[in-house]
Design a protein around this ligand. Structure first.
Ligand code: TYD
Ligand code: MG
Length: 447
């Protein structure tokens, strides 16, 4: 349809079909401007505001139906925001979004677009999950233009695209899932979300080899990036915010996969600890802080004589580069050489620890494995170690200690600056170390 160009008088707002030097209605000169033209639109839109003029009413948010997901999002779903949910195939992306959308559709209009499964499969899964969502609409479609056209008609407040790798823009010749298609499809959908103020979830598969064609290229285009973590063998699933324009990054939500879908775990601090009291060499408990929540995890090390010319260094769930540095520290400041050993470190349960507060736990786990000395299960540690072998404080030390005490730990080794002034509390004895050598000495005395 061709829209007729129209002109409007700036003074009296009278419309005219053609431009003229003088307004017919009010007689003013040079006041006619084209309406609906891009130039007029930009002239209006481009107006700078001073910070204090911008209204700061708190952003309205919709609850996502699962409190743990709200927590990761920073308190709910913001209208018009675009959220990328990434993760390995089969980890639970579709499951959590079907649950969320079903819950949200009780209050809002919601549209779930599936390009991976048929509408019947999604509906069947929803039924199996016991969800009654009469207002949740389903669409099995992969053409982005058709999706946007339907979304304009249905005007949902929340829209899910599952997944961005299956949809395509027909004007591009590349196959769905290619970098160009993923980027263009996402750009069109993001534009739609912003102009219509629709909250948009994009599902993205992360594949081992094809990471670049996957969600990574989208991270800068969206408001929040959430990634699923967790062992496929374990029932537990973590969702971590690695970018969030509306909340804290590194915030995590913890879920357990059940017959009835994903259930939230509201008190997960001890979730990743083994319950048996067995003590094994090479295993140390770390009090880590993920987002605003303390979490106790088991750092494991296995150090064994190497038959190879280049011994292996493998870090799972931890920074591999940093492991090399820590092993050099262990040699220089602890006197334990690992140059002829294979070194494996791992965080049990498929958790990923991104903070340097794990340094001390890694070093003690390595020492314990190297000397074949088991560590008591009543010990908890944290702390960053500098290149000079100094123990550096980490954020929220008190909270970590409080959580450990609550879970029944009896001893802690931490940087001196994180140790409470008056010993420990609640039955937790805290040793504050200045140097790595001090921490190691205390550790070997106690274990
Ligand atoms: P799914 O959400 O389809 O994964 P994704 O969309 O990330 O590829 O999750 C599928 C897995 O979850 C599948 O292996 C079966 C399991 N599952 C359950 O254990 N319980 C359930 O209620 C559902 C729906 C799935
Ligand atoms: Mg899926």
């Amino acid at each position: 349809m061709k829209t007729r160009v129209q002109f409007e008088c700036r003074d009296c707002h009278a419309r005219a079909a053609q431009w003229a030097g003088r307004c017919d209605a009010c007689g003013a000169w040079n006041t006619l401007i084209q309406v609906g033209s891009p130039a007029a639109a930009t002239r209006q839109a481009a107006r700078a505001l001073s910070l204090s003029d911008v209204s700061c009413e708190s952003v309205q948010r919709f609850p996502a139906g699962l409190a743990e997901l709200d927590r990761v999002l920073g308190g709910g779903v913001v209208p018009g925001s675009v959220i990328l949910l990434g993760g390995d195939p089969g980890i639970g992306k579709s499951t959590i979004l079907i649950q969320t959308l079903a819950a949200m559709s009780a209050e809002l209009s919601a549209l779930y677009v599936t390009g991976e499964e048929s509408a019947a499969q999604v509906a069947l899964r929803g039924r199996r999950l016991g969800l009654s969502a009469p207002h949740m609409k389903l669409l099995a479609e992969t053409d982005v233009e058709a999706i946007i056209a339907l979304a304009r008609r249905e005007a949902p407040r929340v829209l899910v695209i599952d997944s961005i790798q299956t949809v395509y823009v027909p004007t591009l010749s590349q196959a769905p899932g290619s970098v160009a298609q993923v980027r263009e499809s996402a750009a069109a959908l993001v534009r739609f979300a912003k102009e219509s103020n629709t909250a948009l979830f994009l599902v993205g598969h992360v594949t081992k080899e094809g990471q670049l064609a996957g969600p990574r290229v989208l991270e800068h285009m969206v408001d929040a990036v959430l990634y699923f973590e967790g062992d496929s063998g374990s029932r537990y699933r973590l969702i971590r915010a690695i970018k969030n324009r509306f909340g804290a990054v590194n915030e995590i939500g913890v879920f357990v996969m059940t017959e009835g879908g994903l259930r939230e775990v509201t008190n997960p601090s001890a979730l990743f600890l083994r319950q048996d009291a067995e003590t094994a060499p090479g295993s140390v408990i770390l009090a880590t802080q993920e987002g605003t929540r303390p979490l106790l995890v088991e750092v494991q090390a296995l150090i064994d004589e190497s038959a190879a010319a280049n011994p292996r260094r493998v870090a799972l769930g931890l920074d591999g580069q940093r492991l090399g540095m820590l092993l050099a520290l262990l040699h220089r400041h602890g006197g334990h050489a690992t140059g002829r050993h294979d070194v494996f470190v791992n965080v049990a349960g498929g958790v990923r620890v991104t903070e340097t507060a794990s340094d001390l736990a890694v070093l003690l786990a390595c020492t314990s494995s190297l000397l074949n000395r088991p560590v008591g299960r009543d010990l908890v540690v944290f702390g960053e170690v500098g290149l000079a072998g100094e123990m550096r404080p980490v954020p929220r030390g008190q909270e970590r200690l409080r959580e450990a005490a609550k879970l029944g730990f009896k001893r802690a080794i931490v940087p001196i600056a994180n140790a409470p002034k008056r010993g420990g509390d609640q039955g937790l004895t805290v040793f504050g170390a200045r140097q790595l050598s001090e921490a190691l000495e205390h550790f070997l005395k106690g274990s």
